[in-house]
Design a protein around this ligand. Structure first.
Ligand code: NAI
Length: 248
């Protein structure tokens, strides 16, 4: 069990990669604060079932990440549990429309950056303050290969490049209080985020991948679990691709 006895906070936990992370982290022995946007009975039932299956606790915490006051309130709930925080996974993210550079509005860029970047910074600020009390912790920021290679979405790819830059800045500073910070850059992963892409785009994307298929969410979650665990104790400030093999 990679994460036995660790307490982890995962954002965007209600579906996609985040939901797979809740399952994988619990399987590996972690207790989880599962951040989700809106109250959701099916999500709560899944959390309770997974917690029972693996003998851990999983607490749903509802928080609109585009709202800084809501993030602060969510952390008050986490702190009220009086449990140490060992792991943060900044997973929640949104993707905008595929638009020409000239057609990408400032307003749309703000919308994407509010969730993908500014919320990630605020959550990290509050979480690492808690971790620093025990002088240990691990942060995994979910970036994207779009943040490394660029892609057709200016707002999305730039926000993920910013996540990578923040990861390196945080890693430099926070190692002094025993906190490792890394970014995981998934490739094309089978979730709702990409379900609206046209067949043509899906085919083009898949063609570039050595494995010729999308990732399953749990394949990304498994890498995050390893990065969060003490098995990666000598790894910080890194960006790891999990993309099925995309070679330039
Ligand atoms: P998804 O759309 O299935 O899940 C995203 C989660 O983030 C949802 O649970 C959603 O409620 C939450 N979220 C979004 N906006 C929020 C807000 N304002 N407040 C609170 N929660 C909010 O997407 P997926 O694919 O699971 O994405 C997870 C992460 O992985 C994202 O950061 C995404 O950018 C990244 N990623 C995904 C890839 C893919 O191909 N699916 C590829 C590379 C990176």
């Amino acid at each position: 069990m990679l994460l036995l006895g660790k307490n982890a906070l995962i954002t965007g936990a209600a579906r996609g990669i985040g939901a797979a992370m809740v399952e994988v982290f619990a399987r590996e022995g972690a207790n989880v604060w599962a951040f989700a946007r809106k109250p959701d009975e099916a999500f709560e039932a899944r959390c309770a079932e997974t917690a029972q299956k693996y003998g851990v606790w999983i607490k749903p915490v509802y928080c609109e990440l585009a709202d800084t006051a809501a993030i602060k309130e969510a952390f008050r709930q986490v702190m009220a549990d009086k449990q140490p925080l060992h792991v943060l996974v900044n997973n929640a993210g949104i993707m905008g429309e595929d638009r020409m550079f000239q057609m990408t509005s400032e307003q749309e860029m703000h919308r994407i950056f509010d969730v993908n970047f500014f919320a990630m910074i605020e959550v990290s600020r509050l979480a690492t303050r808690l971790m620093a009390r025990n002088r240990q912790g691990a942060v995994v920021n979910i970036a994207s290969i779009a943040g490394i290679d660029g892609d057709s979405r200016l707002d999305y790819s730039a926000s993920k490049a910013a996540v990578i830059a923040a990861t390196k800045k945080m890693a430099r500073e926070l190692i002094s209080v025993g906190i490792r910070v890394n970014a995981l850059a998934p490739g094309f992963t089978d979730t709702d985020l990409v379900s609206g892409l046209s067949e043509k785009v899906v085919q083009e994307q898949t063609e570039k991948i050595l494995m010729k298929r999308k990732a399953r969410p749990e394949e990304i979650a498994n890498v995050a679990a390893f990065m969060a665990s003490d098995m990666a104790s000598y790894v910080t400030g890194q960006v790891w691709r999990a993309d099925g093999g995309i070679l330039s």
